[in-house]
Design a binder for this molecule. Structure first.
Ligand code: NAD
Length: 415
């Protein structure tokens, strides 16, 4: 197997996830990182055996060094994807780019155009496409097992504590510093549904709002921080319960805890909750992204799809029902119940993916599947090993922007 060399831009949680997978399988080797945070940069360099000259403080330094690897992983925060992605594409790197591609349509277009112009492979990290579960669903649809797909009902159960962690207290809480929820989180689902239907919808509508995590919902007597709050023990969104509960579990120490603190002691967690953003009362944050949203899509042949994103669920796999002319599929992220209208018979398909759905569990095998497919595609010079290219990812992002426009303006948007 050819070993692909990798430069990683952003040595945070996602950058580490892909780098670790590349090293674990031997399909890739990290030869450079760009990461401004000193502690993170040093830890990353130590883990992957990088020399000081291979560890840069900023993506521009990496770019200034010219092309030092076959491929690059761009895993900076949402608003810092375009600069590095375009510059690295212009240097000829193949690129694994975290979703969302960018936070605006012109920037995402610029990235897709840079990939096309330079003839590089651009894989956007829509990890759901690469799970064993998705491959199984697609196979059933492609085999015509349920006839023509006439409708779908899809739920993304974000989960109450995940919403509080990422979208109320964390990085993705505000549209101006990150992106609307539909782009930051549910671009995965819109991409996945478009992938199942095999084409973009013709029309979209959407409703949703920030209903609960707002000052008006704050219970009387609640303090600004959980550590000072008399109501903390009975609050579902208690930060001490969530984060102290991660200690001792390596998966949960990686996610969600490492976003909160690099420390792994009770003292370090309490200090972070006393002073940092993750200790704030969920009703006293500066968040504005929605906590529930519906998107309805209609396709050119009249097929329809309804999608629900909600914070008010357990953290678990997505659930989907697919309505075909000749059959029905109901999936819970691992197992598929397939009903055949021709025979009335039922089949249960265990797709064999990992039990967990979250980032701590590698998104149901999607993180690993994507990293492996990308490295294999680069090694073989074969883009067909990827499920998408830049143009298709741009198209599914455009559906997200159209749906968000529909929600904001209260209209049905025609694509
Ligand atoms: N595919 C998925 O399922 C999935 C899941 C979570 C997050 N994400 C996306 O991945 C991206 C990264 O998320 P994360 O959780 O790893 O965030 P993170 O904050 O842990 O990592 C981002 C890193 O980029 C670094 N950085 C900042 N400025 C930089 C610069 N100028 N040059 C180089 N590096 C710089 C930061 O210091 C940080 O370490 C985001 O766009 C996020 O939306 C995708």
């Amino acid at each position: 197997m050819t070993e692909v060399t990798l430069a990683v831009v952003g040595g945070g949680l996602r950058g580490l996830t892909y780098a670790r997978r590349a090293h674990a399988t031997g399909a890739g080797r990290v030869v450079a990182v760009a990461e401004p945070d000193l502690e993170r940069r040093a830890a990353f360099a130590a883990e992957f055996g990088l020399e000081p000259g291979q560890a840069h403080a900023d993506w521009t330094e990496l770019v200034a060094a010219g092309r030092v690897a076959d491929a690059a992983v761009v895993a900076t925060q949402d608003q810092l994807h375009t600069g590095p992605a375009v510059a690295l594409a212009d240097l000829g790197y193949h690129i694994l780019l975290e979703k969302p591609m960018a936070t605006s349509e012109p920037e995402a277009t610029e990235i897709a155009e840079a990939a096309r112009r330079n003839g590089i492979m651009l894989a956007v990290c829509h990890v759901l496409r690469y799970t064993p579960y998705t491959r199984a669903v697609r196979k059933l649809l492609d085999e015509g097992r349920i006839g023509r797909l006439i409708g779908a009902q899809h739920l993304e159960p974000v989960g109450w504590w995940h919403q509080a962690h990422s979208f109320v207290r964390g990085h993705w809480r505000r549209q101006d510093t990150s992106a609307p929820m539909l782009l930051a989180k549910a671009c995965h689902d819109v991409d996945w549904l478009v992938h199942l239907f095999g084409r973009p919808p013709a029309r979209v509508s959407s409703f949703g709002s920030l209903s609960h995590f707002r000052p008006e919902e704050r219970p009387e007597g609640a303090a600004d921080r959980c550590l000072d709050c008399p109501l903390e023990p009975s609050c579902p969104y208690s930060a001490p319960r969530l984060y102290l509960g991660c200690l001792g579990d390596p998966d949960r120490e990686f996610w969600p805890l490492s976003a909160v603190t690099p420390g792994r002691t009770e003292e370090a967690v309490r200090e972070a909750l006393r002073t940092g953003p993750y200790g704030r009362c969920v009703y006293a944050c500066d968040n504005d992204v929605v906590d529930h949203q519906e998107v309805t899509m209609e396709f050119d042949d009249g097929a329809t799809c309804s999608f629900t994103m909600s914070a008010f669920t357990p953290v678990e796999h997505r659930r989907t029902r697919l309505f075909g002319t000749h059959g029905y599929i109901e999936g819970d992220g691992r197992t598929l119940r397939v009903v055949d209208f021709r025979t009335g018979g039922e089949e249960s398909v265990d797709t064999g993916g990992p039990a967990g759905s979250s980032a701590a569990d590698g998104h149901g095998g999607g993180d690993e599947g994507l990293a492996d497919a990308f490295l294999a595609a680069v090694a073989a010079g074969d883009p067909s090993l990827l499920s998408t290219d830049g143009a298709e990812s741009l198209m599914t992002h455009r559906v997200v922007w159209a749906a968000e426009r529909a929600r904001r303006t209260g209209t049905v948007v025609t694509l």
